[in-house]
Design a protein around this ligand. Structure first.
Ligand code: NAD
Length: 478
């Protein structure tokens, strides 16, 4: 569904009306386009004492073609840049009276290495950096703070200070506006954060802000960054339309061969979706449509049999979901049971069948679609919110047991995404859902799809048991 307000206030006429009436003007988010460079421009670097990730950070920035300048808090950056043969200058804070329209002195990203912070007094370095640098960040710019998982720190003051980073990052996301995102990566000792850093610097993460992602040490298989899913097979449930159709398309763009699953009544739409994916990402007909109702007891066996026939699977995306909204006093047994069954129990039945029979290969990826309703709760959605909170619980509970096989399991929790589901909402509820977030607008199915593709990629081997909200930093459940 079109967001007419966003279009209007960004038109030449609407812009002047919005300015004179003091109306909020949500930014047109810059999303990934194959015909535009994914990365570029300059990153300003800040740091606390003893930053541990400068070398790895420099290596990633050089590979993706970003240049850098060092804030005075990051004195050690210039020698690291020199060692990597990269040019780097000193960051000059943007003058307070600089013209708002002047883009010449803007940077595309602010990156702060907080890994060496071991007590809360040292958090002042974050204040100093963002105080000086936030005004220099371009529209649609990126803030990434690199920290450590608090539970891995040796002392209480260190764990406390590392946890404190969360409040800083989330507040920056709310202050920055202009399509700027702000996220925290908790990088365990010896973990590779390249996949996460690329995602959070990229326009692919346009609607992901205020998130905290933990990255464990892992051994990621070598892979291409342009088609990271080449040679992988993926199953996407609920692929006929909406978010599922977009997930199937984006996984295929990243190189995967996709089996899209949906119910009999959606057969035509599913065939259309899979045909258009075949046109856009040719696989010589290997992308497949699979008709099954995941509520049926025989579905897991049928799905496993179909996937065995095509040689097993590497990526499972549990996207199919339904709503049957009513306040609990008015909710029927059927409304409760069907939502819990399709949104939660069916995911478990399918995973059990695929794991028990070895259909999901070692090194595989499971991504389950939850919802911010499962984090915040929602009036009229006791069934839906319970099912989606259960999805998160399952991800947390299963991650450790899958680790020995190199299989990761994560959840994405969309906020307000423009689909059939949200188009059916009453006007007032729909407008509130759209605007009450740091981006002032709803997300698109592709925003969820890009996040799924990132979690499904070989480079994300160290990311498991995480929940990533794709909600533009919605105030709901924040
Ligand atoms: P949608 O209703 O447009 O699409 C859901 C798809 O799942 C449909 O194609 C449907 O036929 C399929 N499906 C439903 N029951 C099935 C079953 N028993 N077996 C097989 N397929 C089945 O919904 P959407 O907005 O694209 O949502 C996709 C997922 O994202 C859902 O899990 C939903 O709960 C979640 N989500 C959506 C939003 C949003 O704003 N749209 C927000 C949070 C979470």
């Amino acid at each position: 569904m079109k967001d007419r307000y966003l279009d209007f206030v960004n038109s030449p006429f609407g812009m002047s009306i919005a300015r004179s009436l003091g109306l909020p003007r949500p930014e047109v988010l810059r999303r990934y386009r194959a015909d535009h460079a994914e990365f570029g421009g300059m990153a300003a670097i800040g740091a606390g004492p003893s930053p541990a990730l400068f070398d790895d950070l420099m290596a990633v920035l050089s590979t993706i073609g970003m240049t850098s300048v060092a804030h005075e808090s990051a004195a050690g950056w210039l020698p690291v840049a020199a060692r990597h043969g990269a040019m780097s200058g000193r960051f000059e804070p943007r003058a307070r009276d600089a013209l708002a329209s002047d883009r010449a002195d803007r940077v595309e990203a602010l990156i702060f290495d907080a890994t060496g912070i071991v007590e809360s007094g040292q958090l002042h370095a974050l204040y100093a950096f963002f105080h000086d640098a936030l005004r220099s960040l371009a529209k649609n710019g990126r803030i990434v703070v690199l920290g450590r998982p608090p539970a891995t720190r040796a002392s209480v003051p260190a764990a406390t200070a590392q946890h404190a980073l969360e409040g800083m990052v989330r507040s920056l996301g709310k202050e920055a506006r202009n399509g700027i995102t702000s996220n925290l990566l908790r990088v365990a000792d010896d973990a590779s954060f390249e996949s996460a850093l690329r995602f959070f610097l990229s326009p692919r993460s346009a609607y992901v802000s205020g998130q905290v992602v933990t990255i464990d040490a892992s051994s990621a298989a070598p892979h291409s960054w342009t088609t990271p899913l080449a040679g992988k097979r993926a199953l996407v449930t609920g692929a006929a339309r909406g978010i599922g159709a977009s997930i199937a398309a984006v996984l295929a763009e990243h190189g995967a061969i996709v089996t899209g699953l949906d119910v009999e009544t959606a057969r035509d739409a599913l065939d259309q979706t899979m045909l258009s994916i075949e046109d856009a990402s040719p696989s010589n007909g290997a992308h497949a449509a699979l008709v099954a109702d995941i509520a049926e007891p025989e579905a897991p066996g049928e799905i496993a049999a179909a996937l065995i026939a095509s040689g097993g699977i590497d990526i499972v995306v549990h996207n199919a979901g339904i709503t049957r909204d009513k306040t609990i006093a008015r909710m029927t047994d059927e409304m409760w049971d069907s939502v819990i069954d399709i949104n939660l129990l069916a995911q478990a039945r399918i995973d059990d069948a695929l794991l028990a029979r070895g259909v999901l290969r070692d090194g595989g990826r499971i991504v389950a679609v939850s919802s911010i309703s499962g984090i915040a709760g929602n009036r009229g959605q006791t069934n839906y919110a319970t099912s989606k909170a259960g999805v998160i619980g399952r991800v947390h509970a299963m991650a450790p047991s899958l680790r020995p096989r190199g299989i990761t399991i994560n959840a994405v929790a969309p906020g307000f995404i423009e689909t059939h589901m949200t188009a059916r909402m009453p006007f007032g509820v729909r407008e509130a859902g759209r605007r009450l977030n740091s981006m002032g607008q709803g997300g698109l199915p592709v925003d969820v799809a890009e996040t799924v593709a990132w979690l499904a990629s070989p480079g994300s081997a160290g990311i498991t048991g995480n929940v990533v909200r794709v909600c533009g930093q919605s105030l709901i459940g924040a």
